[in-house]
Design a protein around this ligand. Structure first.
Ligand SMILES: O=P(O)(O)O[C@H]1O[C@H](CO)[C@@H](O)[C@H]1O
Ligand SMILES: O=c1cc[nH]c(=O)[nH]1
Length: 246
C-alpha cells in the first residue's frame, strides 16, 4: 500500500474532509470534538487524527509553520483524494476593530510568501472555494460567533526588522489579519482541484505585543482558546453543510 512520504498516511485512507491547524498540539484539541478519534500518524510537523463529526469522516492534520510545509501537506492530501480542506489557524489582527478570539473568514490572501510563487506568477489570485467559504460564513453566523469576512496577508518571515512598517502598510490597505499559510493553501489547493477555506483565530490585536500575546495563547488564555473552539466548530459544521449539499 502506498504511504505518503511526509504525512505517513495511506493513499487510500478514504477521508474527504481535512481540518488543517498549523500547530500539532491543536490536532488533539480538534480530536475532542470528533466521534471515535484515533491518532493516525505523527511525522515531523504532521500530526493526524481521524474521526467523524455528525457522521461525516474528518481528518485533522497539522501543517507546521509556513508555506513550504503546508504545500507538501496539500499535495499529499490531494493524492489521497481529499476534496475539501479548511485551515484553522491563528493570526495577528491588522485592524483595530478585531479583538482577541474573533474569527477572520478569509475571502482572499495577499501572496507575500514564496511557496505559491514557485507554482504560479504573483498576479494569480489566492482565493478560497466560494461554496466552502459560504458554508463557513453560514456556520459562524448560525452559531453567533464573532467573525469578520475579508482579506488576509500571508507572509514568510515572522520576525523582520520592518514588521511594524509592513503591518501599517497592509492595515492601511484594509487587510484584516496576518498569517503564514493561507495563500499557499489557496493557490496549491486550487491547482489540485481541492476546495479550500481558511478560518483564522485572532491571538494578537493590532499594535499589541506579538510575543507576549502568542505566549499567552499557548498558555491557554481564555479568549483565544474560545476563538479556537469557535473556528473548530465553524470548520466542522461547514464540512457537514458541503457533505449535505452533495
Ligand atoms: O497557529 P498557526 O495555525 O500555526 O498559525 C500562525 O501561527 C504561526 C506563527 O506563530 C504561523 O504558523 C501562523 O500562520
Ligand atoms: O503577524 C503575524 C501575527 C501572528 N501570526 C502571524 O503569522 N503573523
Amino acid at each position: 500500500m502506498e504511504i505518503m512520504p511526509h504525512l505517513k498516511l495511506p493513499v487510500d485512507l478514504g477521508i474527504r474532509y481535512a481540518i488543517l491547524p498549523g500547530d500539532p498540539a491543536r490536532v488533539d484539541r480538534i480530536a475532542k470534538f470528533l466521534e471515535s478519534p484515533r491518532e493516525l500518524a505523527f511525522n515531523r510537523e504532521y500530526k493526524s487524527v481521524g474521526g467523524s463529526y455528525k457522521g461525516v469522516p474528518i481528518l485533522a492534520l497539522s501543517t507546521g509553520i509556513g508555506g513550504p510545509s503546508t504545500g507538501i501537506a496539500v499535495e499529499e492530501l490531494a493524492r489521497m483524494g481529499v476534496k475539501a480542506a479548511i485551515r484553522i489557524g491563528s493570526c495577528g489582527a491588522l485592524q483595530k476593530n478585531i479583538h482577541l478570539g474573533d474569527l477572520i473568514l478569509v475571502q482572499g490572501a495577499v501572496r507575500d510568501e514564496g511557496t505559491s510563487k514557485t507554482y504560479l506568477d504573483p498576479i494569480y489570485p489566492a482565493v478560497p472555494d466560494y461554496e466552502l467559504l459560504a458554508a463557513c460564513v453560514e456556520a459562524a453566523r448560525e452559531k453567533k460567533f464573532s467573525a469578520h469576512v475579508g482579506l488576509a496577508r500571508s507572509h514568510d518571515s515572522f520576525y523582520t526588522d520592518r514588521e511594524d512598517e509592513i503591518d501599517a502598510y497592509w492595515s492601511g490597505q484594509g487587510i484584516l489579519g496576518a498569517d503564514m499559510e493561507t495563500a499557499a493553501l489557496f493557490v496549491i489547493g486550487r491547482l489540485r482541484g481541492m476546495k479550500t477555506a481558511s478560518i483564522l483565530n485572532t491571538v494578537v490585536e493590532y499594535e499589541e505585543n506579538l510575543e507576549e500575546n502568542i505566549n499567552s495563547y499557548s498558555d491557554g488564555a481564555s479568549l483565544t482558546m474560545r476563538g479556537e473552539e469557535h473556528e473548530i466548530l465553524t470548520a466542522l459544521e461547514a464540512c457537514c453543510k458541503i457533505e449535505q449539499a452533495e
